[in-house]
Design a protein around this ligand. Structure first.
Ligand code: GAP
Length: 433
């Protein structure tokens, strides 16, 4: 890997993300706060679109999946039963010289740190494990009650297993979809939002009858569903692959597991985990399923797809970054782009152009997130929209006053075509399908 080229892509995306309002350092005016990030006006749109697309495919797109939204703080017993208090930990090594702690499995961070003590040898202690759960104290009287911010959103689906069945009459096989925040006391957060302490997950817990062959088939089906989701939303297929977990690297709940990895500028990196959780969770929570038709009772097995919203958002940004001469553009899938179109009057000092363009803008805004821009010249406006990934720019010019058409300029090809004003809505909706 040519480190300079790749480092500079990461630097360019980081700088664009801040300059154009995608991602800001959390609490920046106080020097930031390690592992916490804020999404700006464009970032929140991109991230919401990622979540919308996930929900469209994984919940609305299926008859056998329902959604929930469970609380972030749960009864601490949940975390005892789920095994997180005991086993949700990372191995850490500590530098004997400066006492800095680094994940024992993070070769890059280990090498980096060794470079800061070039004259020392054997600087690391043996690895020790550190729990990743974030503690919170609840209540107003001492002693306060210790609880946790959830380390995975998953447990909310398990503890509501019976509620979901009883309220919907849904039958195995079925899934529970959920999107929400999770928190981990990460030791070495980094690479922008890639490893954060507060992040969002989008997960499906899919319950099947306990059966080796059938559950393996379901596992394989969901691998395909999930990798295709990234490909269909424009991620370069060459930069996606599966990475099966070795038994010793599997999470404590997993029978077997694979990651969808993306070839990031900092190397192949986990974007989503697909896990066969067996009956680990339902069994520990003392839950089972009764088939109403046959009266058969069993503990279903669980196939899980667990994606990171922030990692997906970051990789959509990185993967879409393009430079063509002077022009920088984000080749984001139109469904993900923060703005679907920008509307301009050719000249801002011609009231008849401005009025017509404002009407188009207001009408389109009822259906799509569109933006108004009348600053600078047309070329500058195109450049500014390219840089934030707006797929189409609509310009109202003098011809528009004569024949009720506008130019629509395509972000990726920079080609322009004339479109009837009253066809604009369907022009965009056809392309957003
Ligand atoms: N319920 C299973 C589970 O949580 P995981 O592999 O620990 O599995 C799933 O996490 C996904 O959550 C990861 O693939 C990643 O996208 C995201 N994720 C995990 N830790 C993260 C962190 N510290 N920062 C950002 N995203 C994270």
């Amino acid at each position: 890997m040519d480190l300079n080229v790749h480092t500079s892509v990461m630097e360019k995306v980081t700088s664009l993300a801040k300059r154009r309002g995608f991602i800001f350092q959390g609490s920046e005016i106080y020097g930031g706060y390690q592992g916490f990030w804020d999404y700006g006006p464009l970032g929140v749109e991109l991230k919401n679109n990622v979540k919308k697309e996930w929900w469209k495919t994984m919940v609305y797109g299926r008859e056998d999946v329902v959604g929930i939204d469970a609380a972030i703080i749960m009864n601490p017993v949940v975390w005892e039963k789920s095994g997180h208090l005991k086993a949700f930990s990372d191995p850490l090594v500590e530098c004997k010289v400066c006492h800095r702690r680094v994940r024992a499995d993070n070769d890059e961070a280990i090498k980096d740190h060794e470079n800061s003590h070039p004259d020392e040898k054997d600087i690391w202690t043996d690895a020790k494990t550190f729990n990743l759960m974030t503690e919170v104290l609840l209540g107003t009287t001492e002693p306060k009650e210790k609880s946790y911010l959830r380390g995975e959103i998953t447990q909310g689906a398990f503890v509501n297993f019976e509620n979901v069945i009883n309220s919907t009459r849904i039958k195995v096989p079925f899934g529970i979809g959920q999107i929400g925040k999770a928190f981990r006391n990460e030791i070495t957060p980094g690479n922008l939002t890639f490893r954060s302490r507060e992040f969002e997950q989008m997960e499906l817990e899919y319950f099947v009858k306990p059966d080796d062959d059938a559950s393996a088939k379901t596992f394989d089906e969901f691998k395909e569903v999930r990798i295709n989701w990234y490909k269909n939303l424009g991620i370069d297929p060459e930069k996606l692959h599966f990475h099966d977990h070795e038994p010793e690297k599997r999470a404590h709940y997993a029978k077997y597991a694979t990651d969808i990895e993306y070839k990031a500028p900092f190397g192949w990196s986990e974007m989503e985990g697909i896990h066969h959780r067996g009956d680990f969770d339902l069994k520990n929570h003392g839950l089972k399923y009764r088939d109403e038709m046959t009266n058969e009772e069993y503990i279903p097995w669980v196939i899980e797809t667990s994606g990171g919203v922030d990692r997906a958002t970051l990789f959509f940004l990185i993967d879409s970054y393009r430079e063509e001469g002077e022009r920088v553009f984000l080749k984001l899938h139109p469904s993900l782009a923060p703005y679907k179109a920008a509307v301009f009057p050719l000249l801002k000092n011609k009231p008849e152009l401005v009025e017509k363009a404002r009407n188009i803008y207001k009408n389109l805004k009822k259906e799509f997130n569109v933006v108004w821009d009348d600053r600078g010249n047309i070329g500058k406006r195109y450049f500014a929209q390219d840089e934030i990934g707006t797929p189409w720019c609509v310009t109202v010019d003098f011809e528009s006053l004569e024949d009720d058409t506008v130019t629509v300029r395509d972000r990726d090809t920079a080609k322009q075509e004339r479109v009837d004003i009253d066809r604009l809505q369907s022009y965009f909706s056809d392309r957003l399908k």
